[in-house]
Design a protein around this ligand. Structure first.
Ligand code: FEO
Length: 427
């Protein structure tokens, strides 16, 4: 990786990670970028950093030298966020140099001591709060704004006043590694921008969605800033149209709790021969109404992608096979994860296949409803149930018509409960 010029006196250093699960959980089929920024006035500040493994810190140090600087020149190390993907490099840094000022919120400074043993014996601790400023000389001034719980409690954003550059760390970030020669939005085609937006949706769904409330508060603070350049800790740097990623995050924070898009996510388990025709019926029903449907089989599909689909969906369908457990554990786990991420306010229905295969059909339906309600209530998910059904094998018509009914309800934004009864009668 090479450093790149962001704007006058501001440089981006970057490292990529591939072939691992981010945070030990989230797949990175397209890799991920970690961005660090140098702001060069009379004094030099480095804002955020990189992880501490696989030679990544050394990549950062090499780019420093390519820029004609030395890590010994660093006066301020600004930590917007303490998660190790931005701070792991501090361990090798403290082996190379000392005497810098560690700039962060008081909570972050406590974590820096706990995580990395960074205390007064290595550096000067420089706690900051919202509105505090550091003048680097030559017109470069850093201003700090606390944005707690996006998505850790100690987080803040840094704003460079002369260039109107915002460094928000995780906020406005995305998965997906950047092409070394094209780290800026003004260098990318529309399809490349769409790729990073899609990876931003998945990133938000996986990492930030449970903190949509704090994200909204952060957006209120950020709205008061005149932002010409938006330089996040992950993903591309936005300097042609920073408002584009800000508005996407604003929509995502809304969709987490109050979705508006007429899209449906179908989660299903079981075997293809048994469940395939029912899944196809749901797809046909959504297409008949012109509504996008995201189809995920569990447990084969990683929860990362399920969260991303449900974030953008106002409707959810659960396709449940005949099994010894009324709600098979892969579906129960998926629903539980959706609750943990506070995906509230959806409309949904389920179909349970296998009516007639056992004598205790009603008990099976009741046990299923009880289990689903238990999870919905546990996380206060406010999911509104449309008519659901325990259906005989090969009863595609119910699934087709109820998917159409759900799609129409999402499109209309109104209730049409009982509509499926008129269409196909009681299953
Ligand atoms: Fe990119 Fe929360 O760390």
């Amino acid at each position: 990786m090479k450093y790149s010029n962001v704007t006058d006196g501001i440089f981006r250093l970057s490292a990529h990670i591939h072939d691992l699960l981010f945070e030990g959980m989230w797949p990175l089929p397209h890799g991920m970028s970690m961005n660090s920024y140098i702001v060069q006035g009379k004094e030099i500040a480095i804002i955020d950093g990189v992880c501490g493994w696989d030679g990544v810190p050394e990549t950062l140090f090499r780019q420093f030298e390519e820029r004609g600087l030395s890590v010994q020149d660093i006066r301020y190390v600004v930590l917007n966020h303490m998660e190790p993907d931005h701070t792991g490099w501090l361990v090798p840094l403290k082996q190379i140099t000392r005497g810098f000022e560690l700039v962060a919120t008081p909570k972050a400074l406590r974590l820096a001591k706990s995580f990395f043993g960074l205390d007064e014996s290595f550096c000067t601790l420089h706690p900051v709060k919202s509105g505090d400023r550091i003048d680097l000389g030559k017109g470069k001034v850093l201003r700090f704004e606390e944005i707690p719980n996006v998505h850790w409690p100690e987080t803040m954003a840094t704003y460079e006043e002369s260039s109107r550059t915002l460094f928000p760390c995780d906020a406005f970030g995305s998965f997906g590694a950047i092409r070394e020669e094209a780290p800026f939005d003004d260098q990318l085609s529309e399809s490349e921008l769409a790729f990073f937006e899609e990876e931003a949706v998945r990133y938000f769904a996986n990492i930030v969605a449970a903190f949509s409330g704090p994200v909204k508060k952060a957006l209120e603070k950020i709205d008061s800033l005149d932002i010409r350049v938006l330089a996040p800790g992950h993903g591309i740097v936005w300097r042609k149209n920073p408002g584009r990623i800000v508005e996407l995050y604003r929509r995502l924070a809304e969709w987490s709790t109050d979705p508006t898009e007429p899209e449906i996510t179908l989660l299903w388990a079981g075997t293809e021969p048994s469940m395939g025709p029912l899944v196809k019926a749901a797809i046909d029903g959504a297409r008949e109404e012109g509504v996008q449907i995201h189809v995920h089989k569990v447990p084969e599909t990683h929860i990362s992608y399920i969260l991303s689909s449900v974030l953008r969906s106002s409707g959810v369908i659960m396709g449940i096979p005949y099994s010894s457990d009324p709600l098979p554990s892969p579906l129960a786990h998926a629903l539980d994860d959706l609750g943990r991420k506070r995906m509230t306010g959806r409309k949904f229905f389920w179909f349970l296949q296998g009516k007639g295969l056992e004598p205790e059909g009603e008990q099976r339906s009741e046990a299923l409803v009880e289990e689903i309600d238990r999870i919905l209530e546990k996380y206060q998910m406010r999911w509104e149930a449309l008519e659901s059904a325990h259906i005989p094998r090969h009863t595609e018509e119910f699934v087709y018509q109820q998917t159409r009914a759900l799609a129409m309800e999402l499109l209309a934004g109104g209730a049409i409960k009982g509509h499926v009864q008129e269409l196909v009668g009681a299953p």
